[in-house]
Design a protein. Structure first.
Length: 318
């Protein structure tokens, strides 16, 4: 197939590009490098099946030639208020990527009669009152909170995707992505693994916010990409959770990072950064198991081991 990937220079977009190219497809990458990095796709420069356009998906998208599928992954996603590329500091761009970007990609899919896959997020569930989260759960969200620019952009994008499917018969799919980690993550994006792994490799105490009892579920990037590609190849139209259902507290997560890195500096607790941070997050992946025959294979310790070389390179640690 000839496949367009927006956000192709991002953490996930670049890994998906690798996977689809390995499957024998042609990939057209689109990115404006606001949050993505040219380094993530530099290794693809000589690949004859990869082409790249530096564009903002919030503007009209034109791709010459036949297109068989569009994967819309372009959006700021970092929750770090200190990050220049995080959605706290790019609120308008974030909402435009979710709204105008999704509209433009769906328009291209409609014209090309192409499969469309939207990258959504577990953040659409907000601070969930149902646990674990199933795709039928409507969420517990604050539409005007500081995190809303990301959450609501993705919720709108899902609604628009289903409208195009129902009204225009566009062949659409939606993946709700839960916490993912691995090589090529932005080390300053404010997520738990980059923060803690960087501290551990520098032999510093690990910072855990709150009392450490809030939970997350962490999926290694190769597992996530396998699930996304299975969804792309499927006939599923409704949202599918893709993530690791193994739930752990942030204290347990930090302890695991210290164990894998042999860091003896311990853990320190600090005040929560935001009262709106979800307290529990765990995907119900029943739909993914039943419709895609997918579940994650890489456990946390192995995934962290696979991620360490990338972080050591960035930190210039031998």
């Amino acid at each position: 197939m000839r496949i367009v990937i927006t956000g192709a220079a991002g953490f996930l977009g670049s890994h998906i590009s690798d996977h689809l190219l390995a499957d024998g497809h042609q990939v057209i990458g689109i990115d404006n490098f606001v949050t993505g990095s040219p380094d993530n796709i530099a290794h693809l420069a000589e690949n004859e099946n990869f082409s790249f356009y530096k564009r903002d998906v919030s503007n009209y998208i034109f791709v010459p030639g036949k297109v068989d599928a569009i994967l819309h992954f372009a959006s700021p996603a970092s929750p770090n208020p200190q990050s220049k590329s995080g959605y706290f500091n790019l609120p308008i761009q974030t909402m435009k990527a979710g709204a105008l970007g999704t509209h433009n990609c769906l328009g291209l899919a409609r014209v090309q009669n192409a499969r469309f896959l939207l990258a959504s997020t577990s953040e659409i569930y907000g601070d969930p009152e149902v646990h674990p989260q199933t795709e039928s759960y409507a969420g517990n969200v604050d539409p005007i909170g500081t995190r809303a620019v990301y959450d609501e952009a993705k919720r709108f994008a899902e609604s628009l995707t289903m409208a195009y499917h129902r009204f225009h018969n566009v062949n659409t799919s939606i993946v709700r992505i839960f916490n993912t980690y691995g090589p090529r993550m932005d080390m300053e994006d404010g997520r738990a693994l980059p923060n803690l792994l960087k501290q551990a490799l520098l032999k510093q105490p690990l910072t855990v916010y709150g009392d450490g009892t809030q939970t997350r579920s962490f999926c290694y990037v190769d597992d996530l990409v396998n699930g996304i590609v299975k969804l792309l190849y499927s006939e599923e139209h409704y949202p599918v959770n893709i993530g690791n259902p193994v739930e752990m507290s942030m204290l347990q997560f930090a302890e695991t990072i210290n164990q894998v890195t042999d860091n003896t500096a311990g853990i320190v607790l600090e005040n929560l950064r935001s009262a709106r941070d979800p307290q529990r997050r765990q995907p119900d992946i029943t739909r993914a198991r039943e419709t895609l025959n997918w579940e994650p294979r890489v456990d946390l310790k192995e995934g962290v081991r696979r991620t360490i070389p990338f972080f050591k390179q960035k930190l210039e640690i031998a």
